[in-house]
Every structure is written in C-alpha cells, then in structure tokens.
Design a protein around this ligand. Structure first.
Ligand SMILES: NC(=O)C1=CN([C@@H]2O[C@H](COP(=O)(O)OP(=O)(O)OC[C@H]3O[C@@H](n4cnc5c(N)ncnc54)[C@H](O)[C@@H]3O)[C@@H](O)[C@H]2O)C=CC1
Ligand SMILES: O=C(O)[C@@H]1CCC=N1
Length: 271
C-alpha cells in the first residue's frame, strides 16, 4: 500500500499531472502525500489549486522528500535535471520513470540511485484508461515492485515486462498509439464533412463507431480480421472502401509510423 509513502513528481506536464490525478482520484494517496516539482510558478499555483497538493521549484527538494519519485520531465532534459538529484535518495526509495527512450542504466548513473521502475504510459491515463508497460531494475524487491504496480494501476491497466528492450517498442505502439487513433478519427470526421455531414454529427458518428468497434472486439474475443470480414458484404460498400485503403498502403503506412516512433525512442535513449 501507499499509505505511509511520500510521492514526489518531478516534471508535471501532461503525463506527470495524469499520475497525480490518478493517484488522488483513486484515493490511493492523500494530497498531503504528494509534492510536485516544476520550474514555472504559475504552473505550481495551478497544480496546488486543482489538486490541493504542495509544490516546489526545487527538484532536489522533491527527490529528498519522496519515497517514490516519479520522473515526468522530457527525455531531452535528463542531462540537466538528473544530476541535480544525485545523492538526494535514501536507499529504500523508488524512482519511477515515464521518460521515452531513457534507459534505467542512464538514470542510475546520473542519479546515483539504482532502484528504478521504467514505465511507458499513454495519455488516456488522464481518465484512468491508459495502458502502461513497465519493467523494474534487476533485483528490485517485491515491496517496491508492488509500489510501482499500485502507482501505475492508478492511471489504467499495467503490464510488467521482464526485458527492458520492450520499453522502446511499447513507446512506439501504445505510448504513441493514441496519436495514431486520433489522426485516423480526424481523417474520418473530415471525410464525413466532405460528404456533407455537419461536423458535430460526423464527429459523433466516428467517435461512437470507434468506441463500439473497440468494445465489440474486446467482448467478442474474435480475431479483428474476422470482425472486419463480418462488415464486408459481398459486392458491397466495405469491399469498395477496403480496396482503396489497401491500394493506399494503409497497413504499411501505419507500420512505417510505428517503426519511425521506435527508431526515435531509441535515438532519445542515445542509440
Ligand atoms: N505525452 C505523452 O503521451 C507521453 C509522454 N511520456 C513521457 O512523459 C514525459 C513528459 O512528457 P509530457 O508530459 O508529454 O511533456 P510536458 O512538456 O507536458 O511535461 C514536461 C514538464 O516538465 C517540466 N520541466 C521542464 N523543465 C524542468 C526542470 N528543469 N525541472 C523540472 N521540470 C521541468 C515542464 O514545465 C513540463 O511541465 C516525457 O519523458 C515523455 O517521453 C510517456 C508516455 C506518453
Ligand atoms: O511523443 C513522445 O515522445 C511521447 C512519448 C510517447 C508519447 N509521447
């Protein structure tokens, strides 16, 4: 449990705040157990008003105070921020990173602390509907693995993987994934408007089509190709549409996007 733990968040943008919100809304912690570190005073005011938590502009103070220290800064900031934290950790603290690309070895070297859970959430975390893939540093004890699991389950489902190599793949597939879905939705809504629907109605049709298709897929347990075949009447509209999508290389374009994200995640980690 997280009852007696202090949770510090360093870097409280989109993802850092999602974790704060998830923890508080699930009542896994009290506001008095949370300290948010971020450089901008107006952002600190906003966070303390919205969540009733303490804030600081001093990253080292947050790392010293926290038993669980969540890193929500951008990967490009690691060289500047992580050395500030060196020596601030107690031996039984836990670092939870959400940084794309950055390896546990890099975090351990820069901070001098090797008890780390590296995670990759995604933005539906903001409504506790995220999916987070995570892995722990070798030899991390069960108690702190438990802390990581509880913190990450506050923002949705979580999947633990043994090998850190899966983290960059998760970054490309599920971490970046909501952007693929939103872009496809946007394109479909625009097509509806192009045909003549008012935008509001086009958006409603697309949104519920996506929600319905995802729930149907999850509940039916059928392979997605089988579900797609069930939509495709012989000589009908879907067959006509799918022919054009295949001709436009939709599948390989999506795969190329995922591979580009994977390569970029590896670059951010210095590979
Ligand atoms: N946005 C997303 O969908 C996801 C992002 N991530 C990871 O989460 C991390 C944060 O990404 P976002 O929340 O999207 O970025 P963001 O730009 O919204 O948040 C970064 C935050 O760090 C703060 N910051 C800047 N300099 C700082 C410093 N010196 N000390 C402390 N805080 C500082 C900024 O004020 C900002 O609030 C990244 O490492 C990213 O790879 C992971 C999964 C999904
Ligand atoms: O774009 C990014 O780098 C972050 C990591 C995964 C999603 N957003």
């Amino acid at each position: 449990m997280l009852t007696n733990l202090n949770i510090a968040i360093i870097g409280t943008g989109t993802m850092g705040e999602a974790v704060i919100g998830g923890l508080l809304q699930a009542e896994l912690v009290q506001p008095s157990q949370v300290l948010a570190a971020t450089p901008r005073p107006e952002r600190r005011r906003e966070l303390s008003q919205r969540w009733g938590i303490a804030t600081t502009g001093d990253n080292r103070e947050a790392a010293t105070w926290g038993n669980v220290v969540i890193l929500g800064i951008k990967p490009q900031m690691t060289e500047q921020v992580l050395p500030q934290l060196n020596g601030a950790f107690q031996s039984d603290d836990l670092i939870v990173s959400v940084l794309a690309g950055v390896k546990m070895r890099q975090i351990a070297e820069a901070t001098g602390h090797s008890a780390i859970a590296r995670s990759m959430p995604n933005t539906p975390a903001q409504i506790a509907e995220g999916i987070t893939v995570w892995t722990a540093s070798k030899g991390l004890d069960q108690a702190r693995r438990g802390w990581a699991k509880i913190v990450l389950s506050a923002i949705g489902a979580e999947v633990e993987v043994e090998d850190e190599k899966f983290m960059d793949m998760a970054t490309a597939l599920s971490g970046t994934g909501p952007a693929y879905v939103f872009m496809v939705m946007e394109a479909l809504i625009d097509a509806g408007v192009h045909m003549g629907f008012p935008r509001r109605i086009a958006a409603q049709l697309v949104e519920q089509t996506v929600i319905g298709a995802v729930r149907y897929s999850a509940q039916s347990g059928k392979h997605v190709a089988e579900l797609r075949n069930m939509v495709t009447s012989p000589g009908g509209t879907t067959a006509a549409a799918l022919y054009e999508l295949e001709k436009g290389r939709l599948r390989t374009v999506l795969a190329d996007g995922v591979w580009a994200a994977y390569r970029r995640a590896r670059e951010l980690g210095g590979e």
